[in-house]
Design a protein around this ligand. Structure first.
Ligand code: PLP
Length: 403
């Protein structure tokens, strides 16, 4: 056993020596994974409650997505958008049908799809709404997370994300999440869009007050402002509905998706809108060498099929209810709040969340803190009832130990 543990230490030291220190990962070195389970270099098994920030909603190495990936990899993987590929049309048809929009623009990482939505919103603001050039504003919310590019951090309220990275992209206006009056005051004739996560994931699993999304939708329609939803983390079943906006039957003007669209195999993201908005992009306006490549399309099609055919939103809804009820019923003095929807669960703790996640790791559960005092539990959506019960029981034991 000590020799095996040496292997963990050796790999961590090697990574620390040659990799930039821009993350603070758990001391778990994963060698393989399947479904909801991770296996470290010593062969020890862990329940994955991170799901790569919801990128593996379908579970690790899902055989159906693996098959699509390998079959496509033998045919053709990349042609760039200078040519047309036989895979792209059917992927676009499937994605737009599932999401309920006329058109999609495929990118790779989430933040690129956010960037796409920002550019599209500004274009609409100038060409349709008639905002004077270079004056467009986009309203965003405190504690948002839209990625790590210069523009995305320009929209952030988080000092850690921004420190020594200025000058920032202008045109973002911050308001408190959940405050409809503040939003109303922030909207001006120069406002092109409101960019919102329907539930803030990285910000600490913050659920807005009931009715907030509907009120934002109504306000945007009334003020002629685009409603842009960043569902990169909440999309594709995570919160117990296909999209978190569905919970209030709200339809965004621009929908931004990523993460689980690639099933954990491959980065695939997209911005979606109806033709009067997406049609504002003309050849040369925007693009990406790898965006919408054949391999991405094959993986994403299979990833969407799994979400639908295995009813992952329904399972997330049922299992999330069981998990949240169990944590609440534990009545732990260490738990200040339990919030979330579906299998996006945030536990606000009175002690450091890292202390709890370290203890959970010893017991074979990989869960990560988001900010100092919120533990996020977000297992793959294929998790079954038995495993949810084990997770809940282990968490209660750890809370009892630390109390
Ligand atoms: C993860 C995330 C992003 C950024 O996605 P990347 O693939 O890391 O660029 C943007 N918005 C939200 C809400 C996210 O959770």
């Amino acid at each position: 056993m000590p020799a095996l543990e040496d292997k963990t230490r050796e790999l961590i030291e090697l990574e620390e020596r040659h990799g930039a220190h821009n993350y603070h990962p758990l001391d778990l070195v994963v060698e393989r994974a399947e479904g909801v389970w991770l296996y470290d270099v010593n062969g020890k098994r862990y329940l994955d409650c991170v799901s790569a920030y919801s990128a593996v909603n379908q579970g690790h190495c899902h055989p159906r997505i693996l098959e699509a990936l390998t079959a496509q990899a033998r045919r053709v993987t990349l042609v760039s958008r200078a040519l047309r590929s036989a895979r792209l049309p059917r992927f676009l048809e499937k994605l737009t049908a599932l999401c309920g929009y006329d058109m999609a623009l495929p990118m790779n990482t989430g933040v690129e799809a956010v960037e796409t939505a920002i550019k599209l919103s500004r274009r609409w603001g100038y060409d349709v709404k008639g905002i004077p050039q270079d004056r467009a504003e986009i309203v965003v919310f405190n504690k948002n997370f839209h990625g790590r590019t210069t523009s995305a951090i320009s929209a952030s309220s988080n000092a850690e994300y921004r420190r020594s990275f200025g000058p920032f992209t202008p045109g973002f206006v911050l308001v408190p999440f959940g405050d409809i009056d503040a939003l109303r005051r922030a909207i001006t004739p120069h406002t092109a869009a409101v960019l919102i996560e329907p539930i803030q994931g990285e910000g600490g699993v913050n659920v807005p007050p009931a009715g907030f999304l509907s009120e934002v939708r109504a306000l945007c329609t009334q003020q002629s402002v685009l409603f842009v939803a960043d569902e990169i983390q909440t999309g594709f079943g995570r919160t117990g509905t296909m999209f978190a906006c569905d919970f209030e039957r709200v339809k965004p003007d621009i929908l931004v998706v990523g993460k689980a669209l690639g099933g954990g195999f491959y980065p695939v993201s997209a911005a979606l809108a109806d033709a009067p908005i997406m049609g504002l992009f003309q050849p040369g306006d925007h693009g990406s060498t790898f965006g919408g490549n054949p391999l991405a399309c094959a993986v994403a099609e299979a990833s969407l099929d799994v979400v639908v055919d295995e009813d992952l939103p329904g399972n997330a809804h049922r299992m999330g209810d069981v998990l949240m009820r169990a944590v609440r019923e534990a009545n732990s003095p260490l738990v200040a709040d339990v919030r979330g929807r579906g299998l996006l669960v945030g536990i606000e703790t009175t002690i450091s969340a890292r202390a709890i996640s370290d203890r959970l790791l010893e017991r074979g559960i990989a869960a990560k803190d988001t900010h100092a005092n919120v533990l996020r539990l977000a297992p793959p959506l294929v998790i079954d009832r038995e495993t949810i019960d084990v997770l809940a029981a282990t968490l209660r034991e750890v809370l009892a130990e630390l109390a």
